[in-house]
Every structure is written in structure tokens, then in C-alpha cells.
Design a protein around this ligand. Structure first.
Ligand code: 8DG
Length: 131
């Protein structure tokens, strides 16, 4: 069986702010914070999945930039693949999440990240603070 790929978008806004989203479901993950995204559908490219998920979950169009890190393994035998993105149009709305938060430097760890996302946030922080 092939690995299920979950794509996640680190949407970066001016001031090195990143968008965090609080999961509504399933019960085991509800209340935890993640980067918006979801599973790649059969026949769909990873970048197309990222754009689709941001449209569905946030009501925004994103431009996809550089890939962050390698594969992050998560429960269920899935892997998460992450890209830096920027907003091309729209203002994010919590269509499927409990809440959204923009986190600037000094606030990156103010939410209860899901396990993999804490490691992702650390890698993103290094990338954003390098320049
Ligand atoms: N979207 C997202 N999912 C993550 C992250 N970190 C992490 O462990 N996950 C897990 C939670 C879920 O078990 C899985 C993603 O599933 P999902 O429910 O977001 O996918 P989906 O939108 O395609 O949903 P569905 O079709 O299954 O309803 O990956 C993350 O940063 N973003």
C-alpha cells in the first residue's frame, strides 16, 4: 500500500507571521493546532492539494513557495509534507477549524501544536529567522 501524504501550508505574512489553525476533529486531535492542509487525493499533485485545501478550509488562494524539511511521519502511517506559502488573495476564515491565529516571532509556541507540527514549527522558525 502506498504511503498517504498529508500536505500542509505554512502561510507566511509580513512580519514573519505564520497562520496556525485549531483542529475541530477527530476527538483525539480536536483543540490541537496544525498548519492547514489535508490528504492528497488520488491523481492529484501535492501542490494542487495544498492549493485546494487552503481554498476549502480557509477560503483563500495561496502561492506555493519552498518545501520545508523532509517527510514528517505521523500516526496512521501517514507522512506530512510542508511548504512555505504566501497569500495571493482573500483573508483566512475558519471554515473547518475551531479558530485561526497569526503567530509572530515570540509567539510561535503560544499554541498547543500537534506532535509533528511542533517539530515543523521549529524548522520553520529557523528558516524565517535566517534572513
Ligand atoms: N492538515 C494537517 N494535518 C495534520 C498536520 N499534522 C498532523 O499530524 N496532521 C494529521 C491530522 C490528520 O490525521 C491528518 C490530516 O487529515 P485531514 O483531516 O486534515 O485531511 P483531509 O482534510 O483530507 O480530511 P478528510 O478527507 O480525511 O476528512 O494528518 C498538519 O499540520 N496539517
Amino acid at each position: 500500500m502506498s504511503t498517504v501524504v498529508v500536505v500542509a501550508a505554512v502561510i507566511v505574512a509580513p512580519g514573519r507571521r505564520v497562520l496556525a489553525a485549531q483542529r475541530a476533529e477527530p476527538a483525539a486531535l480536536a483543540g490541537g493546532w496544525e498548519f492547514p492542509g489535508g490528504k492528497v487525493e488520488p491523481g492529484e499533485s501535492e501542490v494542487a492539494a495544498l492549493v485546494r485545501e487552503c481554498r476549502e478550509e480557509l477560503g483563500v488562494e495561496v502561492s506555493v513557495g519552498e518545501r520545508v524539511g523532509e517527510d514528517w511521519p505521523i500516526d496512521g502511517g501517514y507522512v506530512v509534507r510542508v511548504w512555505l506559502c504566501s497569500l495571493a488573495s482573500g483573508t483566512p476564515q475558519a471554515k473547518e477549524h475551531l479558530a485561526l491565529r497569526w503567530l509572530g516571532p515570540g509567539e510561535y509556541y503560544d499554541v498547543e501544536w500537534l506532535g509533528a507540527d511542533l517539530a515543523i514549527m521549529k524548522t520553520v522558525e529557523n528558516l524565517l529567522l535566517r534572513d
